[in-house]
Design a protein around this ligand. Structure first.
Ligand code: ARG
Ligand code: ZN
Length: 486
């Protein structure tokens, strides 16, 4: 599902590929003979440009990941049924994708990398398909009409291979010694399920993941139970609030599971690799209080449930804010827990429309760490800002402006995280604490379970503060090099 901006304009104009086949015009010419002129004009208008563009595009137009996502439809719901055997590393999957066409569709793409597709149906009728790199091109028997809901079922299997991102990191279904660490930012969702793989298109999810008895499969959202039969256990999960594909997980391992209801009623489900249990226990204990503290600062927690997955996955080397249940590659320290928790508001609930805006995720989550420290007896945010500002002009901190990383190779670099947080600190000291925290809360509220852009954040900050903030944002997120004044 794609949300619209507050102004009412669709947030997502999908680039369309022209369909070059001449059929509609020729048909019109035949129909035209002997019909009143007005009716001919009406028919021509109806069959005009909309009917001409009937192939969904192979990307949503992201400047950094040209093939990420697909045009022509919005997904409402993914129903994923998976089976994984950590020993053979074989994944078997069936994805039922409910989507709504935003144009007439004679064919459309899904993103899926590797894995063998054995069958596809659209509205219960067998559909033709071909593979073209990460594009799974589906041609339904009958065209899908604009605004119609349709259901695509993809059956597939194979050994998932993680993708290597432009920054060299592994992303997607990453095998571990006892299962798989499943983290999809920015591209990896397509390594384990067919998706409209861009945060512009968020959807709800159901998961049923079957693993050998003794293993646990942990996905997003509410835990709906587990059942063991013939040595295999199926775990069911449901994520009802819209979620970007990169935030989906189905992490498998031999985990210790802990479930409880936090004060205030939030249901918590933690899964921890026993090797990381001792080190993570004191930090995980703080999850409810961290979420309560963040709720005070940023407004109500956006999801129905919470938790953590602490894996032992040195091959990944990073944590990810998987929705409602962040995923850690090792026992997290407290600031990492604060960071991934803050992403639940900034990144998960309020999502990107383009990867170029990544500072809206990482700058905000990093600034949450600074604030936490400040309010829990540590360094003030000003001190953290000052020590960063002391970095020499040649430092990689100033290599590019946070709002313009230049390419997908730099979206997780220091300027996005640290200088992004510095920009927020500058905003805070310029507008004052009261206005600053109102801006953050309004941002989270107005775009809750939707999307936000850098331009919208600047407009909101100016509206809330009554100040012209062009110069501030220009020098802190828009201009290359170290700003001349702290
Ligand atoms: N969003 C993650 C964080 O909270 C970082 C993910 C990095 N992913 C990657 N493929 N390098 O910092
Ligand atoms: Zn982050």
């Amino acid at each position: 599902m794609i949300t619209t901006e507050p102004g009412g304009a669709p947030a997502t104009p999908s680039p369309q590929q022209p369909d070059t086949r001449p059929t509609t015009h020729r048909r019109n010419a035949v129909v035209a003979a002997g019909l009143p002129v007005a009716l001919v004009a009406l028919l021509a208008a109806a069959a005009g440009p909309a009917a001409a563009a009937t192939a969904g595009s192979s990307g949503v137009g992201d400047p950094y990941f040209a093939l990420a996502g697909n045009g022509g439809y919005n997904v409402r719901h993914y129903d994923l049924t998976l089976g994984y055997d950590p020993k053979t590393r074989r994944l078997e999957g069936r994805a039922i994708i409910t989507a709504r066409a935003t144009q007439r569709l004679t064919r459309f793409d899904l993103d899926l990398k590797g894995l063998k597709v054995t069958s596809i149906t659209v509205n219960h009728t067998k559909a033709a398909f071909r593979r073209d790199g990460q594009e799974l091109v589906v041609t339904p028997r009958n065209p899908i009409l604009k605004d119609h809901e349709f259901r695509t079922t993809v059956t597939y299997a194979g050994t998932p291979q993680p993708v290597t991102d432009p920054d060299g990191s592994l992303d997607g279904w990453i095998p571990t010694d006892d299962g798989a660490f499943v983290a999809g930012e920015p591209q990896g969702a397509m390594t384990w399920f067919p998706a409209n793989n861009h945060p512009k298109d968020k959807a709800s999810y159901d998961f049923a993941v079957t693993v050998p008895e003794g293993h646990t499969a942990v996905a997003n959202g509410v835990f709906r139970g587990q059942r063991t039969a013939h040595g295999r256990t199926t775990f069911r999960w449901r994520q009802t609030e819209p979620m970007a594909a990169y935030l989906a997980t189905a992490t498998v391992g031999t985990f210790k599971v802990e479930q409880y209801t936090a004060p205030g009623g939030l249901k918590v489900y933690n899964a921890v690799d026993p090797r990381e249990a001792a080190a993570s226990a004191p930090v995980l204990k703080k999850l409810p209080s961290v979420l309560a503290w963040e709720s005070k600062l940023f407004g109500p927690y956006p999801f129905k449930c919470a938790g953590a997955i602490v894996d032992h996955a040195p091959q990944a080397g990073y944590a990810l804010e998987t929705q409602a249940r962040p995923l850690y590659d090792r026992a997290p320290d407290l600031s990492t827990l604060v960071h991934e928790s803050a992403h639940q508001w900034f990144g998960d609930s309020v999502s990107l429309t383009t990867w170029k805006d990544i500072w809206l995720n990482e700058g905000f989550a990093t600034y949450a760490e600074w604030l936490y420290e400040e309010q829990h007896g540590g360094k003030s945010a000003q001190k953290t800002f000052d020590s960063l500002y002391a970095s020499p002009a040649s430092s990689e901190l100033w290599a590019f402006p946070p709002a313009n990383p230049g390419s997908g190779a730099h979206i997780f670099d220091a300027p996005v995280y640290s200088r992004g947080a510095m920009a927020l600190h500058k905003l805070r000291t310029t507008v004052g604490d009261k206005t600053f925290f109102r801006i953050l809360r309004t941002w989270a509220a107005e775009h809750r379970n939707g999307h936000g852009t850098t331009a919208q954040f600047i407009r909101l900050s100016e509206r809330q503060s009554g100040k012209d903030l062009d110069t501030l944002f220009h020098s802190w997120i828009g201009t290359k090099g170290k700003p001349s004044r702290p």
